[in-house]
Design a protein. Structure first.
Length: 148
């Protein structure tokens, strides 16, 4: 009987002691959110067929995500064999020759948030009788960078 009494008493004291004893610590958490950008667009942009001496316009749609103000640039990459004149319309409504410039600023915007921002970019290809018949393929690159 004495033994069970002491066991019960010991258990009660342990429970009371455990309930009364606690410790706490407060920590400071630090994190740095970096400026980030992402861009999405189709891998192929096709003007179709065009006759010499004519112009054709097509609009490319891009989606940009950014957590800070950004600029969108376009340039031709690799060996450039662009038939005729390839122009792009910037945010101000000005047409600029893509092939004759190393990098053109097209667009500047504020942060997009998680929903992103859709950008419609008009292109115009003007041909002449100096352009040899054939199928042409070249690459253009879009770059999103922080606004200065």
């Amino acid at each position: 009987m004495k033994k069970s009494f002491f066991v019960a008493l010991s258990l009660m004291l342990m429970l009371l002691g455990a309930a009364a004893v606690q410790a706490a610590a407060v920590i400071t958490v630090q994190v740095e959110i970096l400026g980030g950008f992402s861009i999405d667009c189709s891998d192929l942009f096709n003007f179709g067929a065009v006759m010499p001496g004519q112009s054709i316009e097509e609009t490319l749609e891009l989606k940009v995500w950014s957590n800070r103000a950004w600029d969108l640039y376009v340039s031709c990459i690799g060996p450039v064999e662009v038939p005729g004149t390839l122009e792009v319309e910037d945010q101000r409504g000005l047409w600029q020759d893509v092939a004759s410039s190393s990098r053109l600023v097209l667009w500047d915007q504020t942060a997009t948030g998680s929903e992103g921002s859709v950008v419609h970019i008009p292109f115009r290809l003007s041909t002449s009788y100096a352009d040899a018949p054939g199928e042409y393929e070249f690459q253009i690159e879009f770059t999103v960078v922080p606004s200065l």
